[in-house]
Design a protein around this ligand. Structure first.
Ligand SMILES: N[C@@H](CCC(=O)N[C@@H](CS)C(=O)NCC(=O)O)C(=O)O
Length: 218
C-alpha cells in the first residue's frame, strides 16, 4: 500500500460547523487524516463524485478504508467505537444520554436551521434581511435550552470535568453564534464559560475554521 493510502480521509469545508465537530474528535483521538476540501460556496457538494459519497450532499464525510460514513453524529459514533483511545462518551448511562441530548439539540434543533441551503432559501424567497434574525432566533432558543439542561451537570466542560461528545458539538456552534450570527453571549453565561475552556485546548484550536487548509487566509 502506498504511503498515505491507509490514512483516514475527511471531506470538510473550513467554515462547516459539522466538519469542525469531527476535526476535534480526530485531533483528540490522535488520528492523522487527509483533509479533502469541498467548497460549499462553489457548489462542490452537488458534484456527482461527491454525491456518490454522500447522496444528500453535505460535509463532513469520513472515509476509512472501504468504509464511507457521512453525518457528524454517525461519524462520531463510528470513531468512538473503532478508535476507543481518549473515550468521548462517559460510561455512566445518564451522563451518556445527556451527551446525546445536548449534541442533538445542536445537530437537530439548531444547525439545520442555519444551514447554507436554508439561508439561501430565506435570502431568495423571503428577504436577505431575514437571514440573521431567523438564525439568531433559533440559535438563542437552542442556547437557552442548553443552559437549562447543563446547569446542574457542567464541570470544567459541558457534562463534567472531562471533555466529551457534547463539547465537540457545542464548541463549533458557540463559535458560529458569536462570529457569524451576532448572538449576544452575555445571555448565556455557562456557554460563555465553556467557550473559554475550549479556547485553552489545542485539539479544539487546531480544528477551528481559520486553521484549516482551505480557509481564505490559510
Ligand atoms: N446532520 C448533518 C448535517 C450536515 C450539514 O448540514 N453540513 C453542512 C455544513 S455544516 C453542509 O454541507 N451544507 C451544504 C449545503 O447546505 O448545501 C451532520 O451533522 O453532518
Amino acid at each position: 500500500m502506498a504511503e498515505g493510502e491507509n490514512k483516514l480521509k475527511l471531506y470538510s469545508y473550513w467554515r462547516s460547523s459539522c466538519s469542525f465537530r469531527i476535526r476535534i474528535a480526530l485531533n483528540l483521538k490522535g488520528l492523522e487524516y487527509q483533509y479533502i476540501p469541498v467548497n460549499l460556496l462553489k457548489g462542490e457538494q452537488f458534484s456527482p463524485e461527491f454525491q456518490k459519497l454522500n447522496p444528500i450532499g453535505y460535509v463532513p464525510v469520513l472515509v476509512d478504508g472501504d468504509i464511507i460514513i457521512s453525518d457528524s453524529f454517525a461519524i462520531f459514533m463510528y470513531l468512538e467505537e473503532k478508535y476507543p483511545q481518549h473515550p468521548l462518551l462517559p460510561s455512566d448511562l445518564a451522563k451518556k444520554a445527556l451527551n446525546f441530548q445536548a449534541a442533538n439539540i445542536v445537530s437537530s434543533s439548531i444547525q439545520p436551521l442555519q444551514n447554507l441551503a436554508v439561508l439561501k432559501y430565506i435570502e431568495e424567497k423571503v428577504s436577505p434581511d431575514e437571514k440573521i434574525p431567523w438564525t439568531k432566533f433559533h440559535i438563542e432558543k437552542g442556547f437557552e435550552a442548553l443552559e437549562k439542561l447543563l446547569k446542574d451537570h457542567a464541570g470544567e466542560y459541558a457534562t463534567g470535568d472531562e471533555v466529551s461528545m457534547a463539547d465537540l458539538f457545542l464548541a463549533p456552534q458557540i463559535l458560529a453564534g458569536i462570529e457569524r450570527f451576532n448572538v449576544d453571549m452575555a445571555k448565556f453565561p455557562l456557554l460563555s464559560r465553556l467557550n473559554e475552556a475550549y479556547s485553552e485546548l489545542p485539539e479544539f484550536q487546531n480544528a477551528k475554521p481559520e486553521n484549516q487548509p482551505d480557509a481564505p487566509s490559510a
